[in-house]
Write a protein that binds this ligand. Sequence first.
Ligand code: FES
Length: 107
Amino acid sequence: MPSVTYVDYQGQSTQLELAEGMTLMQGAVMNGIEGIEGECSGSCACATCHCYVDESWVGKMPPMSENEDDMLDGTASERKDNSRLSCQIKMTAELDGIVIHMPEEQG
Ligand code: FES
């Protein structure tokens, strides 16, 4: 299974293997990774699954929807160029090894 590394605000990292099709938010919540909340369960309606995609992965990400773009304007921590909603990123073989960073706050 492809792997993802979650890096928390303090720099501690946890690597998990996720089934393809599972979102990075689901992987975090189901495995007790702190720093990603996912209050709306992945409906793209809360922005508490905000993450920063590691710079080395930014160019490999699937494009974001207009809805995700709008929701990212309401994140608790600063929106940056590499901000994404982790509930909108599905694990695929192409994303094997992806690294995401959690923001300081999720609101
Ligand atoms: S879980 Fe709510 S927007 Fe991602």
